[in-house]
Design a protein around this ligand. Structure first.
Ligand SMILES: [Zn+2]
Length: 166
C-alpha cells in the first residue's frame, strides 16, 4: 500500500464520485458530490489518515465498503493482519457466526492491538440489529472488523456478546 499516497493524490482530481463511493451506497448525486469534496479536502489536509477519518465519520455503516473500494482498508500491522486471518478462518470468510466466547476473545485482542475501525456497539449486538444480516439470518447480531469477511467487515456472532464502548 506504500505507493497509494502518490497515486491517490494524482488520481483524486480525475476521480468521479462513483469511483470513490461504490454505487451500492445509497447517496444521491448531490450527496456524492458533497462527500467527494469533503474527502478531497480531508485528504489534502491530512493525507490517508484524515481521509479515512472523514469517510468513517460521514459514511457510517458504509465506510468499510468505501475504504475497501479505494484500497484504504489494507493497512495493518502484523498483529492486526494475524487477527484478520484468524477471523477469516474462524468464520469461513464471514459466513459462519462466532461463538460468544470466540467473539469476546477476538474483541479483547482487537481492543489491545487497536484494530482499525473495530466496533461492537449496542446497535450491532441488539436483536434485531441494524444490519440486514447474512441471507437467512435477518438482522442478526454482529461485530465490525473492517477488511474481514464477505459482508463489508460485518462478522456475525451468536447472541450474548456484550457491547463495548471504544
Ligand atoms: Zn453494525
Amino acid at each position: 500500500m506504500a505507493g497509494l499516497n502518490v497515486s491517490l493524490a494524482i488520481a483524486f482530481e480525475a476521480l468521479e464520485p462513483d469511483d470513490l463511493i461504490p454505487v451500492s451506497v445509497p447517496l444521491d448525486d448531490a450527496g456524492r458530490k458533497a462527500v467527494m469534496r469533503g474527502a478531497r479536502e480531508a485528504y489534502e489536509q491530512g493525507g490517508e489518515e484524515a481521509l479515512e477519518k472523514y469517510i468513517r465519520e460521514n459514511l457510517g455503516e458504509h465506510a468499510d465498503e468505501v475504504l475497501e473500494h479505494i484500497g484504504l482498508s489494507g493497512r495493518h500491522t502484523q498483529d492486526q493482519q494475524a487477527l484478520k486471518e484468524l477471523v477469516e478462518e474462524a468464520t469461513m470468510g464471514g459466513r459462519k457466526a462466532l461463538s460468544v466466547e470466540d467473539a469476546e476473545t477476538i474483541l479483547d485482542w482487537a481492543e489491545e492491538i487497536n484494530y482499525p475501525g473495530w466496533r461492537a456497539s449496542e446497535k450491532d449486538l441488539a436483536q434485531p440489529s441494524h444490519w440486514r444480516g447474512r441471507p437467512g439470518y435477518p438482522n442478526e447480531p454482529h461485530i465490525h472488523l473492517p477488511g474481514t469477511g464477505k459482508y463489508g467487515g460485518h462478522i456475525p456472532v451468536e447472541p450474548g456478546v456484550k457491547p463495548r464502548i471504544r
